[in-house]
Design a protein around this ligand. Structure first.
Ligand code: ME8
Length: 507
């Protein structure tokens, strides 16, 4: 079995989860579930990033010790996972011993190899971004951009990691592996960034300025820069579990691609002699009226509100349907309702209801076998013959939104097929030919429903399981076989009804 190790970014434990966090978990879960369906041995990691200035400041503001603060916030992030039906195998916290141990080993190893050195630093420092700034970071008028918050001039001795030494190697690596970052246009941005000379990375913070961090193993007066600490989580979580590393993909937001993941992390691994991951998936941002949702801008949308109201499946469906992985999307509750009503309740929900209702009314609740293929059936079979393989290929290429669009088009075509066949009319006729057509149409709509559901199960796992259950169907272990038009449902007893996507306010 092919090993497929996938990770999300670890969330800062300095505020509550918002839609951006929820989306990243859902996207990664959809990929993980899809790869499991394809037969891979998946390991899925997520967690929380708990050290650094921001966390220390938030804990102080609340008047609690940082560890207690992190326990609470990390608990909140962890609680989101079952609510969203996320199938992570592990949850790492950077305050755990298993993580701190590996960070120290890595630092010591790099220090011993001469990849980390001590030097005097004079310059400007942004507390909000926890980074040193250069003149090129200034606005044209000489002021510092808003995103840096308060900027102070400092002079201190620190430890530096030799990034510059690996710049040419990284450029060559990315040039040879042109699909390393998905989408590809983001890889171009990394190469653009690498056109300017890299500065070595300051990986220490003096303890008098920041206490809340992992002490450097070779100098107890300093703690580790939070990014150097956080990135190691992907490795520290699995280092004791053979066969998992290297990662297949790191799923992250576009804001933390350059430089942390595409530059720092790649060079950290290369310098330490650790195998590189297969790639990075950089998704876009959820916006609200054009601006990024986040804790600091105060327009954070609480995803749990919609999950509580509409269920995890509808929420997952919307996020994956609406966002083209890599690009930004505007979130509006109105658009959520449009998709919920038109695609889930009226289209898919309607197909489920019709199938159950008509099988109950006209066939005593037992699905008959199809008895012939005429033009309407042939059209639907042909549409399926294209839809199935195309959707699998799109999911393999992370084009989940297009795969859903195609699947929903197939559901629409199935509903149109039902209109054409009008089983309610056939049911009134006692002609043997009409009765045979009735049986064929019932078998055809049920089989089409089963197939559409097979393509949606990584996005809406609970709805898919419930639909399969009312069709009396237990999906097989090999998912690809599930995608062949067949006769699996013949003779199955179906349930009379299933309320899948109730109207808002009703239940
Ligand atoms: O960056 N839309 O943590 P974080 C989509 N701890 N994604 C969003 C988003 C939005 N509006 N806002 C945030 C960190 N994200 C670091 C990561 S990894 C070793 C350390 C995404 O809590 C963001 O891009 O600020 C990132 O991938 C993730 O949420 C966590 O963000």
């Amino acid at each position: 079995m092919k090993s497929f190790y996938i990770t999300t970014a670890i969330d800062y434990a300095n505020g509550s989860p918002h839609l951006g966090h929820a989306y990243e978990k859902v996207l990664t879960d959809v990929i993980a579930r899809f790869r499991r369906q394809m037969g891979d041995q998946v390991h899925f990691l997520t967690g929380t990033d708990e050290h650094g200035q921001k966390v220390q400041a938030s804990a102080r503001k609340r008047g609690v010790p940082p560890q207690q603060f992190c326990d609470e916030v990390s608990g909140e992030f962890r609680a989101l996972l079952p609510k969203l039906n996320i199938t992570n195998d592990d949850f790492i916290r950077t305050t755990e011993e298993r993580h701190k141990r590996v960070v120290c080993q890595l630092l010591q190893h790099l220090f011993d190899q001469g990849e980390i050195y001590q030097a005097e630093y004079h310059g400007f420092y942004s507390t909000r971004q926890e980074q040193f700034l250069l003149d090129k970071d200034r606005n044209p008028d000489g002021t510092w951009p808003e995103i840096f918050g308060e900027v102070t001039e400092i002079a201190e001795t620190n430890y530096f990691f030799r990034l510059r030494k690996y710049q040419d190697w990284l450029i060559e690596f990315l040039t040879k592996n042109e699909n390393f970052v998905f989408p590809r246009y983001r890889q171009t941005q990394v190469l653009e960034f690498l056109k300017a000379p890299l500065n070595d990375l300051c990986i220490s913070r003096p303890k008098e300025r920041l206490e809340w961090g992992i002490p450097l193993p070779f100098d107890d007066n300093y703690v580790t820069y939070v990014w150097f600490d956080a990135l190691v989580n992907y490795y520290s979580a699995v280092v004791d579990r053979p066969g998992i590393w290297p990662a297949a993909y790191h799923v992250i937001g576009k804001d933390i691609l350059v430089p942390p993941h595409a530059v720092y992390w790649m060079i950290m691994l290369q310098a330490a002699g650790i195998a590189l991951p297969q790639g990075i998936i950089a998704h876009g941002w959820w916006l609200q009226r054009g601006s990024k949702m986040s804790k600091s801008t105060g327009n954070a949308f609480n995803p749990l509100d919609l999950v509580d109201q509409f269920g995890a499946d509808a929420f997952r469906y919307f996020l994956i349907r609406e966002m083209n992985v890599g690009q930004d999307s505007d979130f509006t509750p109105e658009q959520f309702l449009v998709r919920y009503n038109s695609e889930l309740a009226n289209n898919l929900g309607n197909l489920v209801n019709r199938t159950l209702n008509m099988t109950t009314r006209f066939a005593g609740g037992v699905l008959p076998a199809a008895e012939g293929v005429e033009e309407p059936e042939r059209e639907l079979h042909e549409l399926w013959a294209k839809t199935g393989p195309e959707c699998v290929a799109q999911c393999e290429g992370f084009q989940f939104h297009t795969a859903i669009e195609r699947t929903i088009a197939f559901v629409t075509a199935t509903n149109a097929y039902i209109e054409k066949r009008a089983p309610w009319k056939l049911g009134k006729s006692s002609e043997p030919k009409d009765q045979a057509l009735l049986r064929t149409s019932l078998a055809t709509m049920a089989e089409a429903l089963r197939l559409a559901v097979a393509l949606l199960q990584h996005v809406m796992p609970t709805a898919a399981a419930r639909i399969n259950a009312v069709l009396g169907h237990t999906p097989g272990a090999t998912w690809r076989d599930e995608l062949n038009w067949g006769t699996r449902l013949n003779g199955n007893k179906v349930a009379e009804a299933l309320v899948l996507f109730p109207r808002p306010g009703k239940n």
